[in-house]
Ligand binder design. Structure first.
Ligand code: ZN
Length: 165
């Protein structure tokens, strides 16, 4: 297993639309193991493959419930409901949390490491992490989900930090 450096905001790989996985082979199993290790090392509650520079539709998450890390391969959001504002951060924009409104409840269908179809659903952190990781796989970042006012403030903060001010 290996811990990968996490790509940060500004790296074009974070904006790429990742490619579906057709076959779960050793390289995918190794990728998932490395992603879980990288996520816990960060530490974070979710990680998408393109955050470590791999353009495949694979994400891992830990919704801080009784289950440990779970994997979603080729996920699809099949239902969302409600609206919920929560402080949200991202390992690719480290050190920041901003209020972001997304649907409160989400249902995602995905493939697990055995090749079986699994359904993940929930509200609170679970609903949030499912939507956040899914967005990464389509090149999305949390900035895209912000209200304009919050995004302007966030962009100012990020740019100020990158200038070292
Ligand atoms: Zn993220």
């Amino acid at each position: 297993m290996a811990i990968y450096p996490i790509r940060e905001y500004g790296d074009p790989v974070l904006r790429m639309v990742t490619k579906p996985v057709d076959e779960i082979d050793d390289s995918i199993r190794r990728l998932v193991a490395d992603m879980i290790e990288t996520m816990y090392d960060a530490p974070g509650v979710g990680l998408a493959a393109n955050q470590i520079g791999v353009g495949r539709r694979v994400a891992v998450f830990d919704a801080q419930d009784e289950l440990e890390a779970r994997v979603m391969i080729n996920p699809r959001v099949i239902h969302t409901e409600g609206e919920f504002e929560m402080e949200e951060g991202c390992l690719s924009v480290p050190g920041y949390f901003w209020p972001i409104t997304r649907p409160a409840y989400a249902v995602v269908e995905a493939t697990d490491l055995e090749g079986d179809t699994v359904t993940y659903e929930g509200d609170g952190l679970m609903g949030r992490v499912l939507q956040h990781e899914f967005a990464h796989l389509d090149g999305g970042l949390l900035l895209d989900a912000m209200e304009r006012r919050v995004r302007k403030k966030a962009m100012r903060e990020i740019h100020r930090a990158s200038l070292g001010l």
